[in-house]
Design a protein around this ligand. Structure first.
Ligand code: HEC
Ligand SMILES: [Cu+2]
Length: 372
């Protein structure tokens, strides 16, 4: 079966072409070229898919200049200050440079050396003190934003969410609601009349990652053996795109994140749906097939013996819009292709090709498709 990437139109089978797989059997030079080519391909797909996903989303640009929450807004104001200071310095320096080049250029028949200026205290003090003052002002302005953002205490009614970075997906837990999901963070809308704060506890299961949704807040790293925190109070409903912003390995570029901001009532409805035990399994045989496979050692389906935590929770898989951390839309065709060979879609990701036969694949598809 020939399956095309939904955005690039490129066949997934290309990833597995013999050329790409047999890098190590080739002479060093060829292997290097193959490697360069492959990295190029990966980078190109990553960029293309990010660019196109961004273009298609409800909020077309993941743009720091369109903040939709308080932390992002303070970063935005700070960046305006920094940019205007830098623009002023640039204009002055470039202006003086152009002026000097024009005014003091070598003229015909003028063979004099220009006057040489040494040890002018006044000039030296000026070019030492002014930059120090500028850096001081920028440091103070930055410290103000950092402190105002980090010292904000969580109000009593804040929503607490724990986000755990994994290579290459996001685990999302709502301890107070008893909800576990992945890659799509749902949060309530904040309005001036009814402010709603979401407090995030950020951790990592493996390497360093970074949580960045440009329209909602600045970046915060997820570091192994350390807990970081951040908060958001989104002011507009819709889906906001983010990305892992700290290089974390092969599929770093495909570690996308979606924040879905909903009216409080809608959010409650979503949470109730997620909290309910997984319903699936209209056909008990399908469920039995799934439970008999080693999927269960990596995935959880609530209310079943499947209790693995290495991969994303699948209890309400059908409620997510995308698979594999935003890489492919959650359609039947893509889901099937993923289960058949996840490595063809996201090379290097940590779910192995499970080598299912067609009967098993059909059964698993039926079962997973019923997990609403
Ligand atoms: C060794 C552990 C492991 C096993 C075994 C495994 N998976 Fe996975 N699975 C993962 C990981 C890790 C991911 C996340 C991949 C990514 O996005 O980078 C994943 C992702 C998925 C997803 C996409 C979920 C989402 O929300 O994006 C589905 C569906 C899935 N696996 C189904 C299965 C099925 C069905 C089986 C058994 C046939 C299985 N997995 C076996 C580790 C595993
Ligand atoms: Cu990452």
């Amino acid at each position: 079966m020939m399956i095309k990437h939904h955005e690039t139109g490129k066949s997934y089978d290309d990833w597995n072409s013999d050329e790409n797989l047999r890098i190590s059997n080739k002479p060093a030079g060829t292997a290097l070229m193959q490697c360069v080519k492959r990295v190029g391909q990966l980078a190109a797909t990553g960029w293309a898919s990010t660019a196109i996903t961004i273009a298609q989303s409800a909020h077309p640009v993941a743009n720091i200049f369109q903040p939709q929450a308080t932390p992002a807004e303070s970063v935005y104001h700070l960046s305006l200050l920094v940019l205007s200071v830098c623009a002023t310095i640039f204009t002055i320096v470039a202006g003086l440079l152009v002026f000097t080049i024009v005014r003091f250029r070598c003229k015909k028949n003028d063979e004099h050396e220009p006057p040489q200026v040494y040890g002018s205290n006044r000039i030296e003090v000026a070019w030492t003190v002014i930059p120090i003052l500028i850096v001081f002002v920028l440091t103070m302005a930055t410290a103000r934003v950092v402190i105002a953002t980090q010292d904000q205490r969580a109000p009593k009614d804040a929503l607490h969410v724990t986000v755990v970075g994994h290579q290459w997906w996001w685990e999302i837990r709502y301890p107070d609601l008893g909800v576990v999901t992945a890659n799509e963070l749902h949060v309530p809308l904040s309005t001036p009349r009814k402010p709603a704060f979401t407090y995030l506890t950020l951790q990592s299961a493996d390497v360093a990652h970074s949580f960045w949704v440009p329209q909602l807040a600045g970046k915060t790293d997820l570091i192994p053996n350390r807990t970081n925190t951040m908060w958001i109070d989104p002011r507009e409903t819709g889906t906001f795109l983010g990305n892992c912003a700290e290089y974390c390995g092969m599929q770093h570029a495909n570690m996308l994140l979606r924040v879905v901001v909903e009216q409080p009532a809608e959010f409650q409805l979503w949470a109730a749906g997620q909290k309910a035990a997984a319903v699936g399994g209209s056909f008990m045989e399908d469920r039995a097939v799934f439970l008999s496979l080693s999927c269960v050692s990596c995935h959880t389906v609530s209310g079943t013996p499947a209790k693995g935590t290495f991969g994303p929770d699948l209890s309400h898989l059908m409620s997510r819009s995308n698979l594999a951390s935003g890489m492919i839309p959650n359609t039947a065709e893509n889901l099937r292709a993923w289960i058949r060979d996840p490595q063809a879609i996201k090379p290097g990701n940590l779910m192995p090709n499970m080598q299912l036969n067609t009967l098993e694949l059909d059964a698993v598809m039926n079962y997973l498709s019923s997990l609403k």
